[in-house]
Design a protein around this ligand. Structure first.
Ligand code: COA
Ligand code: ZN
Length: 300
């Protein structure tokens, strides 16, 4: 029996928010269209945060206005506060992904909130999302470690998961914003969150900063997670995380999963082509392995 794994492409948001390149709105829309042509059906297409905090996402309203709505792709908007939720709904987001934070050091710098303040902000903003009739998901950032405070207690994750339940979010991601997770910790944290909040769908969000990205994807899937965030080319990172690097690369994750018999609905060759196109547009090298090595077995 084949198991389907849903890939949530985060390149247009997490990928581009911290890249040195400044893509035009038209180039972002072409990136999104290429991802859709490669089979992506759900992606983070922008974020509705302070343009002073993240200038590269300042044109997200224009990006959402330019989306091809005939394709029925789920275009997720990232938001961290009520103002962001309102702006995202107005822009026609198909879904809101709200950012919770597990560490105080990162939380105060990234979004001016401590962990439980981010939980309150979610609970406060959630009714707007439900009134708009679109799905609400949440991502716990720095869920495996905080760049300023160090280790993050798993109890915080449980408290935040309960807040996500109270807000009637349907899905919760554990985000390794700074790439410090190990496969064993992935098992432990997903199992703990599932045990405390069994009705939430779980999603995994890994950055490959310290070389464990794909191993962590494997561990999450072994822990029963069916939804994986990834970014084309492996680009990206958070401007508020020191030495941040990109997400696990979509083409590397898809390659590994297809080799093992999982289904993702993504055309691997088209994703590799998109990564190569992106490399040209960005004007610098990208980190993914498949964009360099190509797929296997060789195409005849
Ligand atoms: N969209 C646009 N502008 C926003 C905003 C939003 N969602 N939320 C707040 N602002 C504006 C306010 O209107 C205010 O503008 P003004 O100075 O012109 O009056 C300014 O930002 C500061 O607002 P304030 O409520 O005092 O927030 P803050 O300074 O504590 O910043 C955030 C909080 C969340 C707005 C800010 O930290 C932020 O946008 N962070 C984003 C971080 C991020 O995206 N990281 C990567 C993804 S995890
Ligand atoms: Zn991220």
């Amino acid at each position: 029996m084949t198991r389907a794994i849903e890939i949530v492409e985060v390149g247009p948001r997490d990928g581009l928010q911290n890249d040195p390149a400044n893509l035009t709105t038209e180039q972002k829309l072409e990136f999104i269209a290429r991802l859709e042509a490669a089979g992506v059906t759900r992606m983070e297409s922008g974020s509705f945060v302070s343009p002073r905090a993240v200038p590269k996402m300042a044109d997200s309203p224009a990006v959402f206005a330019g989306l091809d709505r005939t394709r029925h792709t789920k275009h997720i908007a990232l938001a961290l506060n009520e103002k962001g939720v309102r702006r995202a709904i107005e822009a026609g987001a198909s879904e809101i992904n709200f950012v919770l934070v597990a560490g105080e050091g990162f939380g105060t710098r990234n979004q001016g909130m401590r962990p439980m303040e981010s939980a309150e902000a979610l609970i406060h903003s959630a009714p707007l999302v439900h009134e708009a009739g679109i799905p609400l998901s949440a991502t716990i950032s720095v869920a495996f470690g905080d760049p300023y405070d160090g280790e993050v207690d798993v109890e915080i994750l449980k408290d935040l998961a309960h807040a996500a339940e109270r807000a009637r979010a349907t899905e919760l991601a554990l985000g390794d914003t700074i790439g410090v997770a190990t496969p064993w910790e992935v098992h432990a944290r997903f199992d703990a969150v599932r045990a405390t909040a069994p009705d939430l769908c779980l999603r995994a969000h890994f950055h490959d900063t310290r070389g464990a990205g794909l191993a962590n994807v494997y561990a999450a899937i072994q822990s029963g997670v069916d939804i994986i965030d990834a970014s084309c080319g492996g680009i990206g990172g958070c401007p508020f995380a020191p030495a941040a690097t990109g997400n696990v690369a979509t083409e590397d994750v898809v390659y590994m999963l297809h080799r093992a018999g999982f289904e993702t609905g993504i055309d691997l060759d088209a994703m590799i082509e998109t990564a190569k196109w992106l490399e040209g547009v960005l004007g610098h090298g990208i980190s993914s392995a498949l964009s360099k090595a190509g797929t296997f077995p060789p195409r005849r």
